[in-house]
Design a protein around this ligand. Structure first.
Ligand code: SAM
Length: 347
């Protein structure tokens, strides 16, 4: 009998194209008229922020950044008209410079100072929002459950508030990159209160329970911007279909592990860099149910809508999330996507 061999002989759709087709279907429905401009932004050059390294010669670094006509968006938010309604519950001491909305200038690579410490770290400025939302305060024990390659770990350390920071990640190669970042940005003394380990964050037994004041759960996701632009390490290749389908379960398990690791009254921030409702709000809602039904732990969703008001001059926010906040990429402010939601564990 003649057997069709279409699966192997059909021309392969590149993974980036495959990602875009799926996003068109899902996000077209999810965001309606907002999708076309988010789509074109995802396909365009992203914007960066320069996270100032407080362990370097800050004065010189800030001077150089101001010379480029960049401004500290965190300071501007807190001291501009939108910040006038009392202090916002933000992690302190974080400075990140960005170019104004509509300005697509780029930062030059950071230079080492006389002792070899780099002055700033270039990152998607929207990925600082989960760290700011975590509201780390002096003396806190902090867990970064999916830490590598370490941009947010570095930002958490800039607060100068962590009594101890525990950074875990399942990937050996990415943990190596995290070590590299810590060595390039921190003097030895500052590295002493950070412990880094290769671990599966889902292992309830290995994760210390009821311990941490603050937990960041920055999960693996479909990394939408990467998936439509880069062929290397693309999750939308055929061979990674299963991995992709299993993502929501992995995300939910990691968030539940984060909730268990927080002490009663402790706070957890869940974050992703996807627009997918299935990987964002739906995961938060499912993890809350699991924490309540399987572990009898009450979890409260904190209101972060003040972020929309505070940071409206820098980012373009989507106002319709059921829980949490979402930065939508926009051509005038091409940051994100970044989703973040803050949970407080009941006492
Ligand atoms: N927070 C990082 C940063 O700011 O640089 C980015 C984290 S990235 C979005 C997600 C990370 O989760 C990846 O480094 C991946 O290796 C890690 N990961 C995936 N599965 C994991 C698991 N079961 N336990 C811990 N980490 C995991």
């Amino acid at each position: 009998r003649y057997k069709e061999k279409w699966a192997t002989t059909l021309p392969r759709v590149p993974a980036t194209q495959q990602a875009l087709q799926l996003f068109d279907m899902n996000y077209g429905m999810q965001f309606g008229p907002l999708w076309p401009s988010a789509r074109v932004s995802l396909l365009s050059e992203p914007k960066y922020g320069a996270l100032v390294n407080s362990f370097s010669r800050v004065h010189d670094v800030v001077h150089d950044l101001q010379d480029l006509r960049a401004a500290d968006f965190v300071y501007a938010a807190q001291n501009g008209p939108a910040g006038g309604q009392g202090p916002a519950p933000l992690s302190p001491n974080i400075q990140c410079y960005t170019f104004p909305k509509g300005d697509i200038s780029r930062f030059p690579p950071a230079r080492p100072d006389t002792v070899g410490i780099l002055g700033y770290y270039l990152m998607d400025a929207a990925s600082l929002l989960p760290v700011l939302a975590l509201n780390v305060q002096p003396g806190h024990l902090v867990l970064d459950l999916c830490a590598a390659p370490g941009g947010k770990t570095l930002a958490l350390l800039q607060t100068g508030c962590c009594r101890h920071l525990t950074a875990k990640d399942i990937s050996v190669s990415r943990i190596k990159r995290l070590h590299g970042i810590l060595h390039s940005y921190l003097p030895k003394a500052a590295r002493n209160n950070v412990s880094v380990s290769v671990e599966d964050g889902r292992n309830w037994e290995q994760v210390e329970r009821d311990v941490f004041d603050r937990v960041l759960v920055d999960v693996p996701c479909t990394t939408d911007r990467h998936s439509v632009m880069e062929h290397d390490n693309n999750l939308f290749t055929r061979v990674r279909k299963k991995e992709r389908e299993q993502l929501p379960m992995l995300q939910m398990q990691l968030l539940v592990a984060g909730i268990l690791a927080a002490k009663p009254g402790g706070e957890v921030v869940y974050s992703t860099c996807t627009l997918s409702q299935l990987q964002n709000e739906y995961i938060v809602e499912s993890a809350i149910k699991v924490a309540e039904t399987q572990f009898s732990i009450g979890v409260h969703v904190e209101d972060l809508s003040c972020f929309r008001r505070l940071f409206q001059d820098t980012f373009s926010f989507y106002a319709e999330c059921r829980v949490g906040e979402l930065v939508l990429p926009h051509l005038t402010a091409n940051f994100g996507p970044t989703y973040f939601c803050k949970l407080r564990r009941a006492q």
